[in-house]
Write a protein that binds this ligand. Structure first.
Ligand code: ZN
Length: 269
């Protein structure tokens, strides 16, 4: 990737992954270790950041080898496991996962007629179609309900749901995973350009431990969103709850004002 191309995209992002455990935040400019929860270096310009050497290689050289800016796959969280209680850090579902298959956005857009199209209608259509699916699917949709991307992922992951600042990524969490967000879901939303993320699920086929949590989870950034503060907060969070779903939901609910996002949940009918 040309450095000029990187600079063009970086201006629009909250940050980028330099490698699996190191992020370069944009505002303020800081290289941060997710592995150790600590700042590696701060910079007063992107050019200075690009000259910084990480394990003997400058960020400019690392970025020059990239084909594009990539984020880890959004994974549908772990499986159920009731009665255990949950406390500790927010577990990462791990990277990897192959690229999702692209479909035609028009296949979703034709489901609603232009005049009556709305964002909520598209969420409903998507949930009807994929809310009970055995693998992950996703769309990128704007405030008027217009779909610009339609992707089919794997059993527990989807990637490539990048969107513009007025678009929200909507995806499903299959019955073998938790209905609420994975760490990657919210971290990728924080660093990326999309405005928010939604995870939908139905109660169909779910065990007792996760069926009670099925529904529509939304995480939407506000104009005051603090990307680097949020990612650091998620990365060092001490979660606690009845199980993973309960613990994550509690944390996301409690920290909305602090970091500038809106979190909501509507239970599946
Ligand atoms: Zn997800």
């Amino acid at each position: 990737m040309l450095i000029s191309t990187f600079k063009y995209y970086f201006k629009r992002l909250g940050g980028v992954y330099i490698n699996g455990s190191t992020v370069l935040f944009r505002k303020p400019l800081e290289l941060y270790s997710l592995a150790n929860n600590c700042s590696i270096a701060t910079f007063d310009s992107v050019d200075n950041a690009l000259m910084y050497k990480l394990q003997g290689k400058s960020l400019a050289d690392i970025i020059a080898d990239w084909k594009e800016i990539v984020f880890p796959a959004d994974r549908g969280g772990r499986g159920g496991g009731s009665g255990m209680g949950f406390s500790g850090g927010w577990p990462s579902a791990g990277g990897g996962g192959k690229e999702s298959d692209e479909d035609f956005p028009a296949r979703m857009n034709v489901k609603l007629s232009g005049a009556s199209r709305s964002y909520d209608d598209m969420v409903r259509e998507f949930t009807k179609l994929h809310g009970s699916a055995g693998r992950e699917h996703g769309i990128v949709v704007d405030e008027a309900g217009f779909v610009s991307k339609y992707l089919h992922g794997e059993r527990s992951s989807i990637s490539g749901l990048t969107g513009k600042s007025n678009e929200i990524a909507i995806h499903n969490h299959p019955k073998h995973g938790w209905p609420t967000f994975s760490k990657e879901d919210v971290v990728n939303t924080a660093l990326g350009t999309r405005r928010g993320i939604v995870a939908v699920s139905s109660t169909a086929g779910r065990g007792e431990d996760t069926a009670k949590y099925a529904g529509t989870y939304s995480f939407v950034k506000t104009a005051k969103f603090n990307a680097s503060g949020f990612v650091k907060g998620v990365n060092s969070a001490k979660l606690s709850g009845k199980d993973y779903n309960d613990a994550v939901s509690k944390w996301l609910k409690a920290n909305q004002k602090k970091y500038g996002y809106i979190y909501s949940f509507v239970k599946a009918k």
